[in-house]
Design a protein around this ligand. Structure first.
Ligand SMILES: Nc1ncnc2c1ncn2[C@@H]1O[C@H](COP(=O)(O)OP(=O)(O)OP(=O)(O)O)[C@@H](O)[C@H]1O
Ligand SMILES: O=C(O)[C@@H](O)C(=O)CO
Length: 422
């Protein structure tokens, strides 16, 4: 049986988030790291999420990576491919949401494409083309301080227009609420201009409508909310009950967490973890200056791992991040910290860590690449948008992992996730 749905995710924890949504919807789901080498390996799988690390990559690299993944997914026979972006529309004026969406739409020869980051379950709603995060406009949320892509505008049409060659139109929530017929009529009225359509959605019922419409096309761009709608449409199309999934095999071994996200939520989670488990806050200045952070972290881990899980964090407040970036440059700082955290992860695995939680999308990408992981089976949900993952065929033994998007999870996420990863 051919997979029903696939996605190309612009970062690894975002991929995990969508894989979690699809698994919960009843789709047997695999998350691959990079474009899978073996297209025959997906027998019995309903949905494939290809994780790329292209959110902050140069445009040409992002577009060519996405097109290569899309080509492979079509060879496998997948009917609909969603470009999985962040529910907070993480991007800059330079890209890459617009350019990748344009390229996928062009390749599919499609007349219009949905773009919607709405994910109501985690408080992301789109109204009249404006993105809200837990009731405040995007630019008033903590995302305005994001280290790599500070979000200073909530108007998605305006943001997308800076990244895209296509005209941008809005499908407003009143039309979406009126159902499929009303949406089709409105989309038809745009048909002469082949637009990207920012689709409003403030609850899951809206995403069911959008998912059904998107599933009639070959590509869409969205977050887990649209993913949820697509899954319902795909399962309906198959009219099958065979989505039952079983739990992941436990891996055992030591447990640790690594945090590179500086989101308000991750900072809160680190503060809570400090009361419950050993936490090492690395000095970001030392990391960027290249002086001894890896050794310090591994020595800390050796002291504590025997007794239970540890957390190692580079995360800092937006003021501290800004000061460091001013000194060393935004991307240089981010990538230097990612490299060090990934090296620490590898060291932890060499110390016997088999259960590993990583906070932050870029950070997750760096860690997973450093560990040479090629694919994960997706297990139960740890928190909305964060599933358990288990590598398969990992040289040296499989790992149980969670790749947590920066803003996801409750305050007690780290201790809870580490105790639930088996
Ligand atoms: N103290 C720090 N100062 C400056 N940059 C930092 C610091 N700590 C981490 N970083 C960088 O901040 C960036 C955080 O991005 P990352 O994608 O990992 O988290 P996030 O954006 O919160 O998560 P998500 O993408 O899942 O929402 C990384 O490049 C990381 O290396
Ligand atoms: O969609 C989301 O919010 C997450 O999956 C993510 O990509 C955060 O960076």
């Amino acid at each position: 049986m051919t997979a029903l749905l696939a996605a190309i995710a612009d970062d690894y924890s975002g991929a995990s988030d969508l894989a979690n949504t699809w698994r919960k919807s009843g789709l047997r789901t695999v998350q691959t790291i990079g474009v899978p080498a073996d297209k025959e390996a997906f027998g019995g799988i309903d949905a494939i999420v290809v994780s790329l690390k292209i959110r902050s990559a140069p445009v040409a690299e992002a577009v060519s990576g996405a097109l290569a993944a899309e080509a492979l997914l079509r060879e496998i026979g997948v009917r609909h491919v969603m470009y999985k972006i962040c529910s907070t529309f993480d991007s800059t004026d330079d890209g890459n949401i617009g350019q990748v969406t344009d390229a996928l739409m062009e390749r599919a020869g499609q007349g219009w494409v949905f773009v919607t980051p709405a994910f109501p379950e985690t408080g992301r709603t789109v109204y009249k083309g404006n993105l809200f995060v837990n009731d405040v406009p995007l630019n008033e949320s903590s995302l305005r301080h994001h280290p790599l892509n500070p979000m200073r505008d909530a108007n998605l049409a305006r943001i997308l227009a800076k990244q895209s060659e296509r005209p941008v139109r809005i499908l407003d929530v009143q039309t979406v609420a009126a159902g499929l017929g009303a949406c089709r009529g409105k989309i038809q009225s745009f048909s002469d201009i082949r637009p990207s359509i920012i689709a409003d959605a403030i609850d899951d019922a809206h995403l069911d409508v959008l998912g059904r419409l998107a599933f009639e096309t070959a590509v869409s761009t969205g977050a887990s909310g649209l993913g949820h709608g697509l899954a319902r449409a795909a399962l309906e199309a198959r009219r099958s009950e065979d989505g039952a999934t079983s739990g992941l095999q436990p891996v055992g071994g030591r447990a640790a967490a690594i945090a590179g996200s500086c989101s308000a939520r991750t900072l809160e989670q680190i503060a809570v973890a400090e009361k419950r488990m050993p936490v090492l806050r690395l000095d970001p200045e030392c990391i960027v200056a290249g002086s001894g952070a890896v050794n310090e972290a591994l020595a800390f881990a050796r002291r504590h791992l025997e007794a239970g899980p540890v957390l190692i964090a580079a995360s800092a407040s937006s003021e501290a991040v800004a000061a460091l970036q001013q000194k060393y440059g935004r991307m240089e700082t981010g990538h230097a910290i990612e490299r060090v955290l990934a090296t620490i992860a590898l060291g932890l695995v060499n110390e016997g860590v088999r259960r590993l939680v990583v906070a932050g999308g870029e950070t997750s990408g760096a860690v997973v690449d450093m560990l040479g992981i090629r694919s994960f089976e997706v297990g139960e949900e740890l928190a909305p948008g964060v599933p358990m993952l288990r590598t398969f065929g990992q040289p040296g033994g499989d790992l149980a992992m969670a790749l947590k998007s920066g803003n996801f999870g409750g305050p007690n996420f780290f201790p809870e996730a580490l105790s639930r990863l088996a």
